[in-house]
Design a binder for this molecule. Structure first.
Ligand code: DOR
Ligand code: ZN
Length: 349
């Protein structure tokens, strides 16, 4: 197959950051995707309606290349979150969901949730008002090995959340393990998971063998090959429980190539092309549309996009740019360790 048409995709997990990154990052997403769930871990996290409205307004200002683009803003749950603020922001459609970051688990999470059971009152209301709960599913405990933090989170926290709130719509974000795949598959349909392109493509050996690759460092950290294989099987699966969230998370190159490097991979620029190649290489092109354009909408009970994108397979590999440069910032663009022949030929408006 040398050409492919699919419904326009959505990115159910993206980081737009703040100015001056924001104005360059937004159009890169909106030119291909129709909807994006925008993560709230800004330096001043999105914790009230005022910050959320302002942020949404700014995003819309930079997404004029796609009049249909709908940025879905999220609240950053924290110990002081007011239930009323959350419910009102949702009712007024200022926010779409709320994100749970365990305290200190990742970038800008120093104001995250210190004790998850303290959130149960909020979860009760979220369940009542059908506000989706998005979860960074890792414990942040010194005594827990970094490679085990997703599994321990599922056992110690997600399991009780699911038991106590069977009607709460939950997304376990950027899953990385076979354990997580099995857990989601065995859970009710209220729990689903997003998967990133980089966790589908890389394992920890890619990052660590011979020489360390800081641009492959992200959180949750890359896992074993058997985990990557399980994620691939999940993404190809017909049960529609797994969908694309790029977790595109830019950091300046100096912050990545650093004695204390930041976690995050910036993949927005080529995520659909790269995924198309990955699905093609696995003989699973027919599953691509479900993963990037349908499963997320089903989970969030939103209509499918009506427009399409057309992809073409070239005879020679696409040459991607290495960096996105924004003022004095250089963002390294994710490059998969294989050739990508697929190119987006047309995006319907
Ligand atoms: O690698 C990551 N980067 N994982 C996250 O959870 C956050 C993100 C970021 O904001 O940099
Ligand atoms: Zn993220």
């Amino acid at each position: 197959m040398n050409s492919l048409e699919i419904l326009k995709p959505d990115d159910w997990h993206v980081h737009f950051r703040e100015s001056p990154l924001l104005e360059k990052l937004v159009p890169e997403t909106s030119k291909v995707f129709n909807r994006a769930i925008v993560m709230p871990n800004l330096i001043e996290p999105i914790t009230n309606s005022k910050i959320a409205s302002l942020y949404k307004k700014k995003i819309l200002k930079y997404s004029t290349n796609n009049p249909f683009f709908n940025p879905l803003i999220t609240f950053y749950l924290n110990d002081e979150m007011s239930i009323n603020e959350l419910v009102n922001a949702f009712k007024e459609k200022i926010i779409f969901a709320a994100k749970l970051y365990p305290l200190g688990a990742t970038t800008n999470s120093s104001k995250g949730v210190s004790k998850i059971s303290n959130m149960f009152k909020i979860f009760e209301k979220m369940s009542e008002y059908k506000i989706p709960l998005l979860i960074h599913g890792e414990v942040n405990k010194k005594e827990i090995d970094v490679f085990n933090r997703e599994k321990v989170f599922i056992e110690d926290h997600l399991t009780p959340i699911c038991k106590n709130f069977p009607n709460l719509k939950i997304t376990l974000e950027h899953i990385t393990t076979k354990f997580a795949v099995n857990f989601v598959n065995e859970s009710s349909s209220n729990l689903k998971a997003s998967i990133t392109p980089h966790h589908l493509i890389l394992n920890r050996t890619d990052m660590l063998e011979h020489k360390i690759k800081p641009h492959y460092y992200c959180l949750p950290i890359l896992k074993k090959e058997e985990d990557r294989k399980a994620l691939l099987t999940a993404a190809f699966n017909e049960n529609q429980k797994f969908f694309l969230g790029t977790d595109s998370a830019p950091h300046d190159v100096q912050e990545k190539e650093n004695a204390c490097g930041c976690a995050g991979i910036f993949n927005t620029i080529n995520s659909i092309e790269t995924l198309t190649q990955l699905f093609d290489d696995n003989g699973m092109l027919n599953s691509l549309e479900n993963f990037v354009s349908r499963n997320g909408a089903i989970h969030y009970e939103l209509p499918f996009n009506t427009q399409k994108i057309k992809l073409r397979k070239n005879s020679s590999p696409i040459k991607f740019e290495n960096f996105l440069t924004i003022k004095n910032l250089n963002i390294k663009i994710f490059r998969p360790p294989f050739n990508v022949f697929w190119e987006i030929e047309k995006v319907e408006e």
